[in-house]
Write a protein that binds this ligand. Structure first.
Ligand code: 5AD
Ligand code: FES
Length: 364
């Protein structure tokens, strides 16, 4: 096995290199994090970009075994935010110089939903004079729908592959047409075809997931030339079927530690993509997102969902900031980023440099 310093200086990491790095501890781990920080400073700088997160609706037609808002969770009240409140949240993000928003919701593919989203995108563009960047995170849709939303003015789309391992994917989803691994890959390619900057990601520390699976996940992200990534620790939810597998889980701290390593290694592999410091990190460690930024992430997604609804968008337990106002979040962003020596890119879209550079993307 190569010494860690040799691996860290390679221009192209192999699967074995990644497996080694995912298992480093102590001084070697410090070297890993130092390397990813250096690369971030070189290729991205210390600027963090904001995406105001609007959790538009927790209505979902799918039944993922891990997710608290899955269709079969009858204990969950359902909501969809009224148009004027969505626009108000977007306006709040715009006036507070966030630069961009993300509209996220459970999955729906009916025409009413599709048209509603198109309408909201257009209205948000209008209220911000075209200035507010819009990312969508609305699941698997047809190419036609992706195109409609792109043409309406959204320009980035997130769809996590969740795990790049087909067998594991099948174990954490029902086995039917709605939860089909190949369809998910096709959706990713269609998102890119429609013109979006493409984001995906995985959950880390799932029951039955191996270190080798995680190495394959990172290779998958490099292979499909992803522009942006959101990866977070898996967090169990007691009202989901996967909760039965709890005995197979690593501790939350271990899942958190693995997530930091995944972010750090990915930054070394893909130097100028956008990497989000996801909310699930903060559910385990109050400084989880800040640490992720130190190790290579450069995107923060402060929640701007009206307070009333926040408690109902519980994909997992212990979700942070569920009882806060956006105003509270706002005051803490600068302070928190200042603590780790980062600055905030106010009023900027902060698009993936990797995307902007790669005009000759493979489109199929
Ligand atoms: N733990 C962590 N992340 C989860 N997600 C859904 N359920 C959980 C959970 N229990 C993530 C999925 C999904 C994203 C919106 O939230 O990766 O794509
Ligand atoms: Fe809603 Fe998975 S449960 S998309």
């Amino acid at each position: 096995m190569l010494p860690i310093t040799d691996i860290l200086n390679k221009s192209y990491l192999t699967k074995q290199d990644i497996i080694t790095l995912l298992q480093v501890e102590g001084e070697d781990k410090t070297l890993l994090f130092k390397k990813s920080r250096e690369i971030t400073d070189q290729h991205i700088g210390n600027k963090v970009y904001l995406r105001g997160l609007i959790e538009y609706s927790n209505v979902c037609i799918k039944d993922c075994f891990y997710c608290g808002i899955r269709k079969s969770n009858r204990k969950q009240d359902r909501y969809t935010i009224a148009d004027d409140q969505v626009l108000q949240a977007a306006k709040y993000a715009f006036e507070n110089k966030y630069g961009s928003i993300v509209i996220q919701a459970g999955e729906r593919t009916d025409q009413v939903f599709i048209s509603k989203i198109t309408h909201l995108i257009k209205e948000i563009k209008k209220l911000s004079d075209g200035k507010l960047g819009i990312t969508l995170s609305l699941g698997e849709q047809t190419l036609e729908t992706y195109k409609e939303w792109f043409n309406a003015g959204a320009h980035r789309y997130l769809l996590r592959i969740e795990t790049s391992n087909k067998e594991l994917y099948q174990k954490i989803h029902p086995n039917d047409d709605l939860h089909n691994f190949e369809n998910r890959i096709t959706s990713l390619l269609n998102i890119r075809k429609a013109g979006f900057q493409l984001g995906t990601g995985v959950m880390i520390g799932l029951p039955m997931q191996t270190i080798e699976n995680l190495a394959d996940d990172l290779l998958f992200l490099r292979e499909i030339k992803i522009d942006m990534v959101g990866m977070g620790p898996f967090i169990e939810h007691k009202d989901t079927p996967l909760f039965e597998m709890n005995h197979l889980l690593n501790t939350r701290q271990e899942r958190l530690g693995l997530t930091f390593k995944m972010i750090s290694i990915l930054r070394i592999m893909m130097k100028d993509i956008n990497i989000a410091a996801t909310t699930a990190l903060q559910a385990i460690d109050t400084m989880g997102r800040e640490k992720a930024i130190k190790y290579g992430a450069n995107i923060l997604m402060p929640n701007v969902t009206p307070g009333l609804y926040r408690n109902s968008y519980k994909l997992y337990e212990d979700k942070p900031c569920t009882d806060e106002n956006p105003v509270d979040c706002n005051t803490c962003i600068d302070v928190r980023m200042g603590m780790i020596g980062s600055t905030v890119g106010y009023n900027e879209w902060g698009d993936s440099k990797y995307f902007l550079k790669n005009t000759s993307k493979i489109l199929n």
